[in-house]
Design a protein around this ligand. Structure first.
Ligand code: GRF
Length: 189
């Protein structure tokens, strides 16, 4: 069975969707949740599901124990789902083709430093875009610049608030992220 390590520091709705999907499919198990925010909603999900948690702080990744804790999970994929920090280069070098992220817009638009969470939806609505969506991509050393695996689109409707758009984007994420992960696992050498 494949092992997944999820990095998440927010409400954890994507983590929950991935956990539920793979509990049902049986193709993978979430071995560890890495989180940088004490009190984050994802920690309750981890506790409920009996998934171990690694809480990281600034500087944690210069401690070899942190990287070792992740590598001992032998992850087929490291899945970023709302982890608020840039992934340390040491991990990108160790897993150059197996760290993926989901971004709540159609990259390369509305990506880069500072473009996360509600900031993205506020910018999309303020620009009067007619369309937004999600991007699932590999992670390299630069924010939101790794190669794109898939994108899915949705409309931005007249009168949408950033919160309305966030809701629409979340449902796209919950549908496509687990399925894309499974596709990648099924096509691994
Ligand atoms: C998602 O919108 C994702 O695109 C972004 O962070 C958000 C995490 O939401 N990278 P949740 O914690 O999974 O609910």
């Amino acid at each position: 069975m494949h092992s997944l390590v999820i990095f998440a520091s927010g409400a954890g709705s994507n983590a929950a969707a991935i956990i539920a999907w793979f509990k049902a499919s049986g193709k993978a198990k979430v071995s560890l949740i890495v989180c940088n925010k004490p009190g984050a909603g994802v920690l309750e999900i981890a506790a409920r599901e009996g998934i171990p948690v690694l809480l990281t702080e600034k500087g944690s990744f210069s401690n070899p124990g942190t990287v070792a804790r992740i590598s001992e999970c032998e992850p087929s994929l490291i899945v970023l789902a709302g982890y608020m920090w840039k992934v340390p280069d040491v991990l990108v070098r160790m897993y150059p083709t197996s760290i993926i992220n989901i971004h709540p817009a159609l990259l390369p638009a509305y990506g880069g430093k500072g473009m996360y969470g509600s900031h993205v939806h506020e910018a999309v609505v303020a620009a009067g875009e007619k369309e937004s969506g999600i991007t699932i991509h590999y992670v390299n050393e630069e924010y939101d610049k790794g190669s794109i695996i898939m994108q899915a689109h949705c409309p931005v409707l007249p009168g949408d608030t950033p919160a309305d758009l966030a809701k629409r984007i979340h449902s796209l994420e919950h549908f496509y992220y687990p399925r894309t992960i499974e596709y990648l696992l099924d096509n691994m050498k």
